[in-house]
Design a protein around this ligand. Sequence first.
Ligand SMILES: Cc1cc2nc3c(=O)[nH]c(=O)nc-3n(C[C@H](O)[C@H](O)[C@H](O)COP(=O)(O)OP(=O)(O)OC[C@H]3O[C@@H](n4cnc5c(N)ncnc54)[C@H](O)[C@@H]3O)c2cc1C
Ligand code: SF4
Length: 428
Amino acid sequence: MNRAVVIGSGAGGAMCARELQGKYQVTVLEAGREFRPFGLNLGLITKLRKTGLLFDAREIEWLFPAMRIQRTDAGMLVVSGRATGGTTTLSTGNALRFDGALKELGIDLDEEFAGLSREIPVFSGHQKTWRPLTTRFFSICREMGLDPQPMPKMGDYAHCRGCGRCVLGCPSGVKWDSRRLLDQARHKGARLLTSHPAVRVVHDQGRARGVLARHGAHGKWFPADLVVLAAGGLGTPRILQDSGIGCDDSLFVDPVLCVAAEMKDCRQDRELPMPFAAQMDGFIISPYFDLLSFFFNREWRHKAGSIYSLMIKLADESQGGISGKRIRKPLTARDRERLERAAAACAEMFQRAGVDKGRLFFGTLNAGHPGGMLPLTAAQARTFHDPRLPENLFVADASLFPASLGNPPILTILAIAKRVARICCQAG
Ligand SMILES: Cc1cc2nc3c(=O)[nH]c(=O)nc-3n(C[C@H](O)[C@H](O)[C@H](O)COP(=O)(O)OP(=O)(O)OC[C@H]3O[C@@H](n4cnc5c(N)ncnc54)[C@H](O)[C@@H]3O)c2cc1C
Ligand code: SF4
């Protein structure tokens, strides 16, 4: 059987591994280890905060190895998962389809989305579990004419305990993540190698010959008839760069900024994160207790149970790139204008909830949806293959998005990866 190497086990990688196994003998190379949810309770973190020992967000890896935080040149934090399941294990489970820009290129993923809706449970009936303040903010959004919608969630949410720890890994197995696909791939015979970061794809005469990876101090060679890169929106361009293949300087990340206030005993820290969202022009607003800011931002000095926070998630312009470990991601004038508009909308919501502007504080600017550095074009609508790539090397992650979604991307990445796998099976 022909051999395929899939790099990364997040949304794109796990889907490709599952779909390709059988037609190919699949090996998944995953840089991280087996995923384990964060074990510590927030009370202990509060004590650690007081000691002043937590000061740099990148320290999170010491406490929680599955979470990786990188800093851009401009100081924005980019969060990703580095373990089996990739960043899907850290997600808040939001299940939104956003393929408008792909449709404009002539890409119809209806069949793939239909397949996903048959296999991934999605639940929106959590409204009755919301805390009073969240219900109040939902009404405020309505009063402001923003048409907020309860967020559809991937997983068996009827059993959600509302513990608020989604981004630390669901301790109850409620939330869907791509390890479910990975398990199916392994069940069919795929091989998963953790702690095996891919270094580069070796290619000549327009064909990938295999992948050079690292395991501990050793280099390891994986010959392949097909290579699928799904190391995430930053990992994939890095591997391409190290393989002598350039990408575009069109990185987006979906910047996130939280606007918060002290609201006594509101207990947003013990509630389903992002229970609803208001879609606005260029950004969304959604209630979200920002653990990253709570852990590391000195402005977030109140008790966890007494902070209420609204998240702004921005659709940023495709501008930025990587060079080695460096990430260049400037905010453009349009991005800043959107952020200001969004912050003003949050301030109005708080005002309507009885909180003056002077009592608001901000979270740490961060992001978790990198992509866009190998954007699909109309010419690639059928092949999903960039001409810069060797003929048997494919990409199956958010690197392919033509523009930022400013919205949760997992479902759309899964649909793209399903299509890429189908194309590879037809060609192989
Ligand atoms: C806190 C947070 C919450 C989020 N919530 C949501 C949500 O609710 N809904 C939603 O749709 N999206 C959400 N997202 C975004 C979503 O999780 C990611 O966009 C998505 O998982 C990306 O899928 P991917 O396959 O491209 O990459 P990833 O899921 O990041 O997987 C990439 C994998 O590749 C591995 N890797 C990287 N480099 C290498 C290498 N050199 N060799 C081998 N392996 C490598 C990584 O370890 C990782 O396992 C969230 C993101 C964050 C940070
Ligand atoms: S709130 Fe808690 S139980 Fe519910 S999905 Fe998130 S982590 Fe799992």
